[in-house]
Design a protein around this ligand. Structure first.
Ligand code: ADP
Ligand code: MG
Ligand code: MG
Ligand code: MG
Ligand code: MG
Ligand code: MG
Length: 661
């Protein structure tokens, strides 16, 4: 349905979605048997080299590539089944999975089956990621390669950046820069782009600050904007002030949803544990965004930010002017402070340590839906969470789904849930499956190499174990998480910025024994008199958060220091039964994270920026030209394929080259 039709069915979809949610919640809220399972998602850009013109472009062969990869997966599964029939003891890994993504130049891969809780499986994470990259590579042409860059540096730049070439026209996006042909061909994706634009009443407008280099014109006015195009009514956007001075202007969903992320999903043992993890990981979102920073270039210009987040946020911002608070409410229902793609707006655990002051008293919720959830027995916090997600309209509706029975399905619920692209996602069990309550950690930037991707994935997994085992408390007011998200964008945030973080993350000693993540009722913990909320947190550097601050007994007053997340994980690992070899290998990953935090190693963003600025063809004018882009993409491909030894300066990114293959 296009937007004009879809909007007439929005309430119906929300109603069906809530019905499906309630069915799922009633059926699975008592799940207790679930175990830790987790898995990563890696997204790739497929590049295509034009060697004659020394140009690196995006390959638009997603369907063919996925078809070939799907065939391979089926063949492998058949072979495994056959072997198993012959020999019941035959053991084999499940072949990895590849998925489509918004960009027709993107691939996503996940492990064939989620990882379990045994330590040694952590050591297979990197090799599994590498296998997936190799498999992808094997199904590409000679001139093509998968790379793990968050954003293609010359996406939307002047000249040719797709293979095959298409001029920047198309009625779905109506972009000045991106042809509709680079959107995944499945009808869902172009419809999503068109409906976001229609609902908003204009094209999305993304303005990222330019990085002023020595020869960048001041003030910078994006020279690639065409103020004279008269193809679509939306061409008026730029004549009505959509472009901000000093900024790189982008006008289409593809700029954001064409970005690659690293996501991690955890299954909890029950709903309550999932809710705890959701809340406790939320304050870490912006910290990990800054730590994984890898996006210094947009549309062929160096930007004054290091991360992708706000680009995606702006790229799917379907809010009307009324919802954005630019006009008084008349046709829209709510004033909504954030895009659908944003940091979370409410905590949802029943943990007694979740003080009401941490949540936003002005949170926008759909009151009718909240009432319905409460009337059905859902508790206040969970009902608030879903009633908040359900302030949004469904963006893409398939007519057929309204004509069939919603029972036993989750499609209408997922319609709203999965287009709330928040930095954490609380995932209820899919109906009819054996999958439990899950939480997804979504803020991290994809890294150039699988060594780094594995390191960050493993870091987060270990942190969740420490959180649950020690009952750690990372709560800070939710608006401080928002502020941190903003701070995380700053160029070199790791070296120059401070982030709000909780000072005392340990539960009070006498509470320790009581703290339990199981749903069996435990005695109400005796809480010490609470500090004023403002005294619970302060500003830290990323280095202090990750590596710790030594206590200073000599200062006046003596300062207690801060343990740091890596020392905390180390302490946790000391308490579990883990063999020396595994422990050593895990240290390699923790080392990388620690050195990124301390600045000893560069983030991907810094490395890429320095690569550009050090390139002989770069003119110091913020422009990343075809030649620079070609060399950068080639270097990034080598890094990703485990050939970093051939790339000058790779040790600044990865540390002493360990001959990782
Ligand atoms: P989405 O795109 O909706 O976030 P994907 O299916 O692409 O989901 O990825 C989900 C990730 O969760 C995969 O890495 C997968 O291995 C992992 N996973 C699958 N089943 C479970 C489970 N029961 N518990 C935890 N993680 C799971
Ligand atoms: Mg996925
Ligand atoms: Mg996605
Ligand atoms: Mg997905
Ligand atoms: Mg994805
Ligand atoms: Mg995901």
């Amino acid at each position: 349905m296009d937007w004009e039709e879809a909007k007439l069915h929005a309430d119906q979809v929300r109603k069906l979605g809530i019905q499906q949610l309630l069915d799922i919640w009633k059926r699975y809220r008592g799940n207790e048997r679930d175990v830790l399972l987790w898995g990563d998602e890696i997204e790739y850009l497929v590049v295509s080299y034009d060697e004659k013109n020394k140009n690196a472009r995006l390959s638009l062969r997603q369907e063919e590539i996925l078809e070939a990869l799907g065939r391979l997966e089926r063949e492998q599964k058949e072979t495994i089944a056959k072997r198993k029939a012959e020999d019941p003891n035959y053991q084999s890994e499940v072949p990895p999975k590849f998925h489509p993504e918004f960009g027709r130049f993107m691939l996503e891969s996940t492990p064939g089956a989620p990882y379990g809780g045994n330590w040694s499986s952590l050591l297979t994470v990197e090799s599994n990621m590498k296998l997936r990259r190799r498999l992808a590579k094997q199904h590409l042409g000679e001139h093509e390669a998968p790379i793990t860059m968050t954003s293609f540096p010359r996406l939307g730049a002047e000249g040719i950046f797709t293979d095959p070439y298409f001029p920047a026209t198309g009625s779905k996006s109506r972009s000045q820069y991106l042809p509709d042909e680079l959107i995944n061909l499945h009808i869902r994706f172009p419809t999503l782009a068109a409906n976001i634009r229609s609902r908003r009443g204009a094209k999305v407008a993304i303005n990222m600050p330019v990085f002023y280099d020595v020869n960048t014109p001041r003030p910078f006015r994006d020279p690639t904007v065409d103020y004279d195009r008269h193809l679509y009514p939306e061409d008026d956007d730029v004549r009505r002030g959509a472009v901000k001075e000093g900024h790189i202007y982008m006008d289409a969903m593809g700029f954001g949803m064409g970005c690659c992320c690293l996501q991690i999903t955890f299954q909890a043992k029950n709903m309550s544990e999932a809710r705890t993890l959701y809340d406790q990981l939320a304050p870490l979102g912006p910290i990990m965004l800054a730590l994984t920073a890898a996006t210094p270039i947009f549309k062929g210009f160096l930007a004054d930010v290091d991360v992708r987040w706000n680009v995606i946020s702006g790229a799917v911002d379907d809010r009307t002017e009324e919802e954005r608070g630019l006009k008084p409410l008349k046709n829209s229902r709510y004033k909504i402070p954030k895009s659908r793609y944003a940091s979370i707006s409410t905590y949802l655990s029943e943990d007694p340590r979740l003080r009401p002051e941490y949540n936003d008293p002005n949170l926008v919720v759909n009151e009718d839906i909240k009432k319905e959830l409460l009337d059905n027995g859902m508790d206040e916090r969970l009902a608030t969470h879903f009633a908040h997600l359900f302030i949004r309209d469904p963006l893409v509706i398939f007519k057929e789904t309204l004509e069939s029975s919603p029972e036993g399905l989750s499609d209408h619920f997922e319609n709203i849930q999965s287009t709330n692209w928040q930095h954490m996602r609380f995932k209820p069990p899919p109906p009819g499956d054996s999958i439990g309550w899950r939480v997804e950690f979504r803020s991290m930037e994809i890294q150039l190499t699988d060594f780094e991707n594995a390191a960050y994935a493993i870091f987060i997994v270990l942190l969740t174990r420490a959180i649950l085992s020690y009952g750690l408390n990372f709560y800070i007011p939710i608006d401080k998480v928002d502020e941190n998200m903003h701070t995380a964008h700053a160029r070199e945030a790791i070296r120059t910025k401070k982030f709000w973080f909780r000072k005392d993350i340990f539960p009070p000693l006498h509470q320790h024994a009581h703290f339990s993540t199981s749903t069996t009722p435990s005695p109400t913990p005796i809480l010490p008199p609470p500090l004023p909320v403002e005294d619970e947190y302060t500003l830290f550097t990323i280095n202090e958060i990750i590596n710790g601050i030594p206590p200073n007994p000599k200062s006046n007053p003596p300062t207690p220091g801060f343990i740091g997340l890596i020392p905390l994980i180390e302490a946790y690992l000391n308490t579990v039964n883990i063999d020396v070899e595994t422990r050593c290998e895990l240290s390699d990953y923790l080392d990388l994270v620690g050195k990124r935090a301390s600045g000893e190693l560069m983030t991907g963003a810094r490395w890429i920026r320095e690569f550009v600025r050090g390139h002989t063809e770069y003119m110091g004018d913020s422009r990343v030209g075809v030649g620079v882009n070609y060399d950068l993409v080639k270097a990034v491909e080598k890094l990703g394929m485990g050939r970093g030894g051939e790339v000058t300066g790779s040790e600044k990114l990865l540390g002493k080259w360990k001959g990782r293959k």
